[in-house]
Ligand binder design. Structure first.
Ligand code: NOJ
Length: 479
C-alpha cells in the first residue's frame, strides 16, 4: 500500500560501502598490510568460505563502473571508507602512498562531478597490521596514530569532503575484535580487552574531531560524526524489571560510546554495573577504565551528527547470562528474538521494521534531538540469491516507511539514509556467503561484472518519487 508520506525534498539518499569489503588491490602500488589482509592470508579458515578481500569487487580498478552505477541509482550521497594502509603503508604518518592519494582523489572528484556528495569514513576496520602489532585499539598509543592519520586525510581531501565519519561501529570493533574474537584481530578478551579498546576508540574519535575543529573547520566548513550501531531493544514485558534491563542493555551497548561522546562520560548505569561486577569478581579495579577530568572535557560534545547503523531488534528480559566476565554478563539482561519474525540469510538479522522507528524516537529523546543520518540498513541474502531479490525489496519498503513515520509523526531529526550495500561484497568472517548489495556480483567471474538487482530499481524509484509504494515492482530504472 502506498503511504501518502513523502521524504523531504533535501533528504539525502545514498548507498554505503567500506574499503576492505569492495576495493581489492590489496597490495597494489605501495599499499601496506591491514589486519584483514594478515588474518585472511595467515588463517584462511577463520573466514567461512576461506576467502579474502584480495580482489573482492575490484573497485580499485573499476572506479568508473562504480560511478556509472551510482549515477544510475540517482543517489545524492555515497558513503565509502578510506583504507588507512593504502594511504599510510607503514601505518604511521611518515610516508604517504601517492597511489592511494591518486585513487581517492579520482573517486572524490568523479563523485562531485556527478553531483554525488562524498561521505567518508576514516576507519572501517582495516587497521594497519603494524599498529595492531603494538596492541591495536587496546593500546593508548593509537590515539596519536589515529589523530595523525585523520589530519592527513583532512589535509588531502577536506577541500572537497564535507561529511566525515571518524570510526565505523565501535561496538563491533571492540566486542568482536577484542572481546569474543570473531573478527580481526580475533582476540578473545571479553569484558576486559573490549572495554580497553573501547576507551581508546572514544579518545581517538575525540582526537580526530578536535583536530578538525582546531585546524580545519574554519576553512573547510565540513562536519564530523561517528557511526554507531545498535539493534532496537524492546522490554519483554511491562514490568519495571524488564524495562530497566532493556535500558541497561541499550546504555551498555549503544550508550557505551555515544554517552561519552555526547555527554562526556560512560552512562552512569554502565559505570555502576561494571564497577559492581568487577568487585564481585575479585578484580583489583573496575574492568571499565576511567576518563580523567581533562579527557572528559576533550571528548564531550565531539559530534556534529550521528551516523546510525541498524539492522534488527531483540526482546530483553531481566536476568544474568553470558560468560563471566563479559559485557553481556555485566548488563544483567538477556535478549532473544521472536520465532515468528521473518529472518534474512543472517539468522539474527530479523525483519522488525517498527524497531527502527522506536529506536529513532529513543535517540531523539536521549540525545536532545541530535541530527541522525542512517549510515547503514539493509538485508542479507543467501549466496545463491539472484537479481530477483524480492525479500530485500520488502525489507527496504517496510523499514523506509518507519523512517517516514519517524520524520513526520515523531518529528525526529533524520536527514539521510544510506542503504547497505551498494553492491555484494566481502562480508568479513562470512566471506562471500552473504549478499547485501543492490548490485549483484559473481565473485567467480574475473570481470566482476555488476548487475542491478530488482531492489536497485525500487530504490531508485523511491529516490526519485520520494514515496514508498509497496505494490510497485519496476523492471528497469527510471530515466
Ligand atoms: C556492519 C558493517 O559496518 C558492515 O561492514 C557490514 O558489512 C554490515 N554491517 C553487514 O553486516
Amino acid at each position: 500500500m502506498a503511504t501518502s508520506l513523502k521524504f523531504p525534498k533535501d533528504f539525502k539518499f545514498g548507498v554505503a560501502t567500506a574499503s576492505y569489503q569492495i576495493e581489492g588491490g590489496w597490495n597494489a602500488k605501495g599499499k601496506g598490510e591491514s589486519i584483514w589482509d594478515y588474518q585472511t592470508h595467515t588463517f584462511p579458515h577463520k573466514i567461512s568460505d576461506k576467502s579474502n578481500g584480495d580482489v573482492s569487487c575490484d573497485s580499485y580498478n573499476k572506479l568508473d563502473e562504480d560511478i556509472k552505477n551510482l549515477k544510475q541509482l540517482k543517489v545524492r550521497m555515497y558513503r565509502f571508507s578510506l583504507s588507512w594502509p593504502r594511504l599510510l603503508p607503514s601505518g604511521f604518518a611518515n610516508n604517504i602512498n601517492e597511489d592511494g592519494v591518486r585513487y581517492y582523489n579520482e573517486l572524490i572528484d568523479k563523485l562531485i562531478a556527478n553531483d554525488i556528495e562524498p561521505m567518508v569514513t576514516l576507519y572501517h576496520w582495516d587497521l594497519p597490521q603494524s599498529i595492531e602489532n603494538l596492541g591495536g585499539w587496546t593500546s593508548r598509543a593509537i590515539v596519536d596514530y589515529f589523530g595523525d592519520y585523520a589530519r592527513i586525510c583532512y589535509e588531502l581531501f577536506g577541500d572537497r569532503v564535507k561529511n566525515w565519519i571518524t570510526i565505523n561501529e565501535p561496538y563491533s570493533i571492540c566486542e568482536w575484535g577484542y572481546g569474543d574474537g570473531t573478527m580481526a584481530p580475533y582476540y578473545k578478551s571479553m569484558g576486559i580487552g573490549s572495554y580497553a579498546s573501547g576507551h581508546n576508540v572514544i579518545l581517538s574519535h575525540a582526537a580526530a574531531y578536535n583536530i578538525y575543529n582546531s585546524e580545519f573547520r574554519s576553512k573547510q566548513k565540513g562536519r564530523v560524526g561517528i557511526t554507531v550501531e545498535t539493534s532496537w531493544l524492546e522490554a519483554d514485558s511491562d514490568t519495571k524489571e524488564d524495562h530497566e534491563a532493556a535500558n541497561r542493555m541499550i546504555q551498555m551497548y549503544f550508550g557505551w560510546f555515544l554517552h561519552p561522546i555526547i555527554k562526556g562520560d560512560y552512562p552512569p548505569v554502565m559505570r555502576t554495573q561494571v564497577d559492581k561486577k568487577s568487585k564481585e569478581q575479585n578484580f583489583p579495579r573496575s574492568r571499565l577504565p576511567r576518563f580523567s577530568a581533562e579527557e572528559i572535557s576533550q571528548i564531550k560534545g565531539t559530534i556534529d551528527f550521528l551516523g546510525l547503523n541498524h539492522y534488527t531488534t531483540f526482546m530483553v528480559k531481566n536476568g544474568s547470562v553470558g560468560q563471566v566476565p563479559s559485557n553481556y554478563n555485566d548488563m544483567e539482561a538477556t535478549r532473544y528474538q521472536k520465532s515468528e519474525w521473518k529472518h534474512s540469510a543472517r539468522e539474527i538479522f530479523k525483519l522488525v521494521p517498527w524497531g527502527l522507528r522506536k529506536l529513532l524516537v529513543w535517540v531523539k529523546n536521549e540525545y536532545e534531538n541530535i541530527e541522525v543520518i542512517i549510515t547503514e540498513n539493509g538485508y542479507a541474502g543467501l549466496e545463491k540469491e539472484t537479481t530477483e531479490d524480492l525479500d530485500r525489496i520488502e525489507y527496504y519498503n517496510l523499514y523506509l516507511k518507519e523512517v517516514l513515520k519517524a520524520i513526520h509523526v515523531d518529528k525526529c531529526n533524520i536527514t539521510g539514509y544510506m542503504a547497505w550495500s551498494f553492491m555484494d561484497n566481502f562480508e568479513w568472517s562470512d566471506g562471500y556467503t552473504l549478499r547485501f548489495g543492490m548490485y549483484y556480483i559473481d565473485f567467480k567471474d574475473p570481470k566482476r561484472e555488476r548487475k542491478p538487482k530488482k531492489s536497485a530499481f525500487v530504490y531508485q524509484n523511491i529516490i526519485v518519487t520520494k514515496v514508498i509504494d509497496e505494490n510497485l515492482l519496476p523492471n528497469t530504472f527510471l530515466h
